[in-house]
Structure formats: structure tokens, C-alpha cells
Design a binder for this molecule. Sequence first.
Ligand SMILES: NC(=O)c1ccc[n+]([C@@H]2O[C@H](COP(=O)([O-])OP(=O)(O)OC[C@H]3O[C@@H](n4cnc5c(N)ncnc54)[C@H](OP(=O)(O)O)[C@@H]3O)[C@@H](O)[C@H]2O)c1
Length: 353
Amino acid sequence: MNKVKFLYASSEWRERGNSSEAVTSIPSLLSRAKSIRSACVVGATGFVGQHLVNLLARAGVELTIVTRDVAKAKSSLGKYERRGQTLKYFELPSSKSESADNFKDCFAKKDAVVNLAGAPVAGRRWSETYKEELISSRVGVTQRIVDTIKAIDKEERPKVLVNASAVGYYGVSDNKEFDETSPPGDDFLAYLCRRWESAAQQLDQSFGTRVVILRFGVVIGPGGGVLASMTPIFQMFLGGPVGTGRQWISWIQMTDLISLIISSITREDMYGVYNACSPNPVTMNDFCTSLGNVIARPSWLPVPAFVIRAVFGEGSIIVVDGQKVYPSRTLASGFQFQYPSIYSALKASLNQS
Ligand SMILES: NC(=O)c1ccc[n+]([C@@H]2O[C@H](COP(=O)([O-])OP(=O)(O)OC[C@H]3O[C@@H](n4cnc5c(N)ncnc54)[C@H](OP(=O)(O)O)[C@@H]3O)[C@@H](O)[C@H]2O)c1
């Protein structure tokens, strides 16, 4: 890969690029989403899915939700329904043989399918059985979506499949820099992401469905994710970096992620892999200092890596290791980040909650 230029270096902010240029305000996001007629969201009840469904429902998009538990999904997503608009729900078939004709109806004639499904990666010990669940909930579900789309008549196939992946694709490193051209890493998460992406990429232009794969960084937004776990600890004056503090966090603010998903749906020139992370990755130390600054609390109580390793085993990689990822192809597409700096992203996220 070409040497990637990072916008953030050591503990100084060196912001460049589009922060002072036109940004994606929420009204403009809404107006872009209004050009979408219909969409199916798989994994819609999660942290990202709820924000996406909220926006798409506000934009009047005809929405189909595929979920493992329809009753639970109705209770968590019903609040986004507006007058005269109902969300349609469909239970995710639990096996390939159950992929009945009505599963085809979820995807047929849709402008977009967005696949966000996956069992939680963080905060769990990865037993061999749980690793199987991490794989089947991503690779297995994506494969079922792809097989079903292939079984639909070509002219009725969805126009685009936007599939989640993660920056974990690149493996972990304290000193290497990665962008979309970098090869995959060799740990379990990299293996998982590679298989997840390969399943989605079985669809190509010849099938009539464009595929966009977004490698999510750590998502920062109100109502869940890393902030929901860390902020209460900082509020109690007990916050501090985990591990050495030198590990990289490649992150994206929720509004930017939703904006990138909307671009992936509406822009026919977008296809293939894009890093969904800000051009300013930060170290764990700098992340914690910024979080402390935003909520006026100190970042002073480090949590040693061995404690996290003892609790989560291999799954500790999520917090004690990281990767420095740059969104070269995303920026080259013309995408503009509204929140390129961690301070502005944290501030916006905590004010929104
Ligand atoms: N949040 C982040 O920081 C981040 C970073 C990198 C990558 N990602 C990836 O991006 C996707 C969306 O993230 P998120 O934070 O919104 O995830 P999330 O809150 O954990 O939600 C994921 C959704 O996946 C479905 N799901 C959970 N377990 C499943 C299983 N065993 N089988 C099938 N489906 C299952 C659930 O939907 P139902 O209960 O409705 O079926 C759940 O709401 C995930 O795949 C995640 O791995 C997230």
C-alpha cells in the first residue's frame, strides 16, 4: 500500500480536509434519504440499525425489517413509525431450508438491502462455540441474503446491498497504517471479516445488485456502543485508558456513518469496499483524554491489559489492541465527514443523548 498520510499525529490535533467545508447537516441527510423509495434492513434493532431506521422512517421510506424476534423488534422500532406509515416485519429464517418465498419478498423490488446483523463481538469471552455464533450470525446470515437475492428474477433484484464489515479486517498493530488497499490481518476478527465480505461479494454487477461493503470503525453515537460503556465510568471519576493506551482507535460518529450508508444506497457510482472511519484515528490515551474533557472528568485510572485479558481472553483484542485506519477510498469518493475530529464527535454524541 502507498504510505498513508494520517491527519492526526501524537497528541496534537492536526485537522485537515473537509471540516470547514460544506457538511452533512441532518436536514440534508433527510432530503438525500427521501430519494430512497423502499429498503429492507437486517439487524435493524441494534445500535446502528435504530439510528438508520429512525432516519429512513422520517424520510418516508417504505421499510421492511428482518429480525430474529418480530415481537421484540416491533417494541423497539415501533416508535419510529409515523402517521400513515407502518414498518413491515419478517422473521429471519433460522436455516437455509427455511428461506421461503416470502423471504424473497423482503428483498424483491427494493431500492436497497442494508445488512447490519451480527452477534456482539465486544464484552464477551470468545469460546469456540461463541466464535461459531460470531461467524454464523455474519457469514451465515449474509450468505442467506445473497442466496435469496440470486433466486429473485433479475429485474426484481434489489438495486444495492450495503453490507457491514469492520476495520478488524486489517488485524491489529500499534505502528502500521492501513487503508482499503491493505491486505487482511491474520487473527480471528480478520478471518471473520474476510469471510463476511466474501459472502456479500458473491453478488456482482452481473447479478444486477450493486454491492457496497463498509468497514466500520468504532461507532460513536448516542444511545449505545462504546460511549454507553465508558461514559458512566468516567462520570464516576473512575475513567482511564485500557491497556497501554498506545493502541489505535479508528472510529466514526453515528451521523457520518448513517450519511455514508445513505450515500452508498443513493450513489450508483459507489461499489466495493470503503472504510467507514474518520480520517483522524486516535490512540486510546487521546480518546480517553478527549472523553474526559467533553464531560469535565479526569482520565486517570488506567485498566491494565492483563485484567481485561483475564476476563475476556481472546475477545480482549477489541479493547487492548487496535488499528490505525485511513478512509482513502471513502474520501476519494467525495464523501465529507461532518465530525472528523474525536472531540467534535464526542461532543455531538453526548449532547444528542
Ligand atoms: N458498533 C460498532 O462500533 C461496530 C464496529 C464495527 C463493526 N460493527 C458491526 O456493524 C454491525 C451493526 O453494529 P451494531 O453496533 O448496530 O450491532 P448490534 O447493536 O450488536 O446489533 C446487531 C443486530 O444483529 C442482530 N443479531 C444479534 N445477534 C445475532 C445472531 N446471533 N444472529 C443473527 N442476528 C443477530 C440483532 O438484530 P435482531 O435481534 O433484530 O435479529 C442485532 O440488533 C454489526 O454486525 C457489528 O459487528 C459495529
